[in-house]
Design a protein around this ligand. Structure first.
Ligand code: NCD
Length: 317
């Protein structure tokens, strides 16, 4: 695999570090890794000898597993550390835990943390590369990359004039924030719809169209991204009644018929069947949910490779 790395950043903290050129560079690289992932031997020697720490102080299934697989398929050594089982539970500060990890000379620390800004805090202090795997409500920039990769494949690289609707708990969603910024940058028109109590403060400054009615919001859409209610981040009183929520905001086959024929249905997972989207939709041909999971490994391989080979080094297999 020949590649001249154009990636310029030590860290990947926020989608605002990307340009369309950089995003396409990562997507092209991810496409090559997708093919590696379909082989019987799913491993390349590209990053042999590199060390990646997976530091997840919040729960994760997809993101942590796919980073672990991505590292291993590039021949990196990966080391997982969670909040329970680490000295964060004994009161050690984030800075001291991070300095401790850095003293073991990792090349990359992938961090998920409940505080917005935790990855940036580490990136400013540590010499190794930091990847944001989700920080509080702020951002989930690798989710946005894998969603972009999924759409790029489904839309044959055409983003202009495409319209995507994000539905649900926008206020607490780092996935929504990162996707709005990246998809808008790539030329997609983004729309949002959800309960008024779950709209983010300052939404009028977002580059999106905010809808008040589901049926109107669905008209003419090429893709719908459903989100989970992030009840673990909610203060009381935002949603008086969950069954009323699902009656109004759950995507059903009847509602989906109002969007464009062939409209894609996305979800970052974990999905709540019957709450965010109906079980029929989750299992339908329009659903890209498992494609997104599949894309997660390839895009994270691309990102790890970009960070580890930046400064224009030639890498060849
Ligand atoms: C999301 C997250 O953690 O922000 N999940 C994920 O990484 N795929 C969304 C969620 O938890 O609802």
């Amino acid at each position: 695999m020949e590649n001249t790395c154009i990636w310029p950043h030590k860290d990947y903290i926020d989608v605002n570090q990307l340009t369309p050129e950089l995003a396409n560079y990562l997507m092209d690289l991810a496409e090559q890794f997708r093919q590696v992932n379909n082989r019987q031997v799913k491993k390349v020697p590209t990053l042999r000898g590199r060390s990646v720490v997976l530091f997840f102080s919040e729960d994760s299934t997809r993101t942590r597993t796919s980073f672990d697989m991505a590292g291993k398929r590039l021949s990196c050594d990966t080391f997982a550390l969670g909040k329970s089982g680490s000295s964060l539970n004994k009161g050690e500060s984030l800075k001291d835990t991070a300095l401790t990890l850095q003293a073991m000379n990792p090349d990359v620390i992938v961090i998920r943390h409940s505080s917005s800004g935790a990855p940036k805090f580490l990136a400013d202090r540590l010499g190794c590369s930091i990847i944001n795997a989700g920080d509080g409500w702020h951002g989930h920039p690798t989710q946005a990359l894998l969603d972009l990769f999924t759409l790029r494949r489904r839309w044959n690289g055409e983003f202009k004039d495409k319209e995507l609707l994000i539905v649900g708990d926008i206020a607490h969603s780092r996935v929504a924030r990162s996707n709005v910024d990246l998809l808008t940058m790539m030329g997609v028109k983004v729309h949002i719809f959800g309960p008024s109590t779950l709209m983010p403060a300052g939404v009028e400054t977002w580059p999106v169209t905010v809808h008040k009615k589901f049926k109107e919001a669905l008209e003419g859409k090429d893709a719908i991204m459903c989100l989970r209610l992030q009840q673990e981040r909610m203060r009381g009183g935002l949603l008086p009644d969950l069954s009323e929520y699902s009656n109004t905001f759950c995507l059903t086959p009847e509602l989906l018929r109002l969007a464009k024929p062939g409209c894609l249905v996305m979800h970052p997972g974990p999905i709540m069947r019957g709450m965010d989207l109906s079980a029929e939709i989750a299992d339908s041909v329009e659903s890209t949910i498992l494609e997104q999971v599949n894309a997660g490994v390839a895009t994270r391989m691309a990102l790890l490779m970009a960070l580890c080979t930046r400064n224009g080094q030639e890498i060849s297999e």
